[in-house]
Design a protein around this ligand. Sequence first.
Ligand code: SF4
Length: 338
Amino acid sequence: MSTTENLVEIRGLKVYFPVRAGILKRTVGVVKAVDGVDLDIRRGEILGLVGESGCGKTTVGRAILRLIPATAGTVRFDGKDLFALKPSELKPLRREMQLVFQDPYSSLDPRSKVGDIVGEGLRVHGVTDRQERHERVRKALEMVGLQEEHMRRFPHEFSGGQRQRIGIARALVLNPKFIVCDEPVSALDVSIQSQVLNLLKDLQQELDLTLLFIAHDMSVVEHLCDRVAVMYLGKIVEVAERDELFRNPQHPYTRALMSAIPVADPRAKRERIILQGDPPSPLRPPSGCRFHTRCPEAVEVCSQREPALVDLGRAHLCACHLRQPAEQVAQEAARASQ
Ligand code: SF4
């Protein structure tokens, strides 16, 4: 069950990647994959993180888990500053934070049996007793709908959906508190996607897990997530409770993403907002609001000043000049005139 207590608190997170060229591999630029992200993940919730490919959402997930180094900012997990921990202090916390990968085909070692793949984390974390390992692997497989006999098989003997179940069992075997699910259904057939999504939802409720669910389209998060954060070119542009966001999207980018959700009723009409052009390169992000080069509502100020992520009420945050409350606009105008 979701509470308002935060399990993960991200503040000012930046992840930059240097671009090197020439024989001497000199740095010729910097890709700002994540550029100042503030985000809370409440204990027991499923938070969806949505945006187009290349917006930095996967990088956020991996930086939280310290799988890639952050350039700046902090991530607090269960009250602990993850970036300040030594490797020896981080290791026990790694058990509590797991990752489910996007591609169930390449993320499982084809030469290892399923029992070894799922049990690998137990070995790394010092569970030396074979019988205990076997029992915990069996239980993890059972939780995802697989049986003990599957432990002796190799990944190629399974379908895509079953492989993703194996990936989820691997994440569960260490009894984590928090799982980053990095587009876990995007490589699966549509017919299988809902089975895996339902499984994740059931597991989250049964085990009281907290999930960060990364996706590139809104339809996947619509029925699964408690809250949704929308990301564009390295920044969070909107965050709200799921129902609030789907009823009342405020940011023009969120509205464009929503307009692409298929409507089941052929008589129902939804106006499709087609964004012009590709997302700009994070190597040279646009000035002001990063969305201004594609925004159908852009005005002059959009290319000059970056909009802050402000609370519009009901814990609905949005970064758009046209949606800012009047008092915020007055404060910014006063600051600009000083
Ligand atoms: Fe569009 Fe301007 Fe709002 Fe950015 S600040 S989303 S460019 S209207």
